[in-house]
Design a protein around this ligand. Sequence first.
Ligand code: CAA
Length: 381
Amino acid sequence: MDFQLSDDQKLIRDTARDFAQNELAPLAGKFDEEQRFPTEIIGRLAELGFLGMFVPEEFGGAGTDNLSYILAVEEISRVCASTGVIVSVNNSLVCHPLLKFGNEEQKRRVLTPLARGQKLGAFSLTEPSSGSDAASLKTVATRKDGGYVLRGQKCFVTNGPNADYVLVFATLDPAKRSKGIACFILEKGMKGFSVGTIEKKMGIRAALSCELVLDDVEVPAANLLGEEGQGFKIAMNTLDGGRNGIAAQALGIAQASLDASVKYAKERHQFGKAISEFQAIQWMLADMKTETDAARLLTYRAAASKETQEYYGLETAEAKLFASHVAVASAIKAVQIHGGAGYMHDHPVERYMRDSKITELYEGTSEIQRLVIANNVLKGN
Ligand code: CAA
């Protein structure tokens, strides 16, 4: 087994680290506090190629391997988990399905500007009455004049308020459950397509999430991604990769929690010595380090499996399940190590704690990851 990163992977990790530490760090707390989309850094993300990382250069991407993408999400999330998920959604949940299931025209017209970072994308599966049970979605697509008309309501759409393109899942026949679903490319400005309530959230407050309203939106046939009835499989395959991105986001939060805790434990003195000299603190640091390293191994293994395996949903579910648990546990320990100071806005650990929780919820809750893992185990995978 080779646990070494290649020179190219190290270069991309270091570029992401420099960008995050030097350009993003001074702004991350402000974005969170103001609950504001980080418009001013989107251009830099695009320039650095972070919005279309594994997309081939011919379609506007950076043409990297999948692990390089995961390294970038980790480093960005280590500083700003909101920016981490903006990057992850555009790459994993939008560029990936367009690249895998799109036709040549869709790749030129839609994927290319998304991968270049000239446009931003979102992915819209969830509805008020269908979350974990995604196949029960109620947004309806009706065939009309060679195209489709979409009607329904979506919710919790990350990047939704800022997206130029949204992949929307709708059913042509609810009785067919997963087999009736299709995926459509919706464009900002389409008649009847609007942003509803923008959610007020506990964490990742700079990555805006919203409802989307589809009021008889006419969608041309050219905007059907894949085939009618293939939508659920497109969604599941897309989430298989997306969950790796969220594992990387969680890993970034866990590492940031450890970094802040080590620094504070050396600086803070009580009972005449640095609190890092107390075993109670050392044991927390030891657990945080060990669990973060274990999460990293699972997350990188999942990233590598996408390069060589047709199905990588087991590896990404394991990575997301474990890394999200570690992010939450590490962020809570970080606040504990900081004591009362950690509960205050002045220290970023309270942001890490709020940001960490979503990693156990979106792109499939931890219970859904266990379901995916158990199904695989029982099939002998
Ligand atoms: N890849 C390809 N196909 C897959 C697949 C995968 N990973 N998983 C399942 N399928 C196929 C199955 O093979 C089956 O096809 P056949 O009938 O032809 O065999 C079909 O899909 C239906 O599969 P299931 O019977 O397993 O489907 P289910 O209804 O039992 O649901 C589930 C399975 C795992 C629970 C799924 O519904 C699921 O993942 N739920 C969670 C949804 C989720 O993650 N939502 C997050 C939305 S995005 C978000 O969080 C917001 C954001 O903006 C970031």
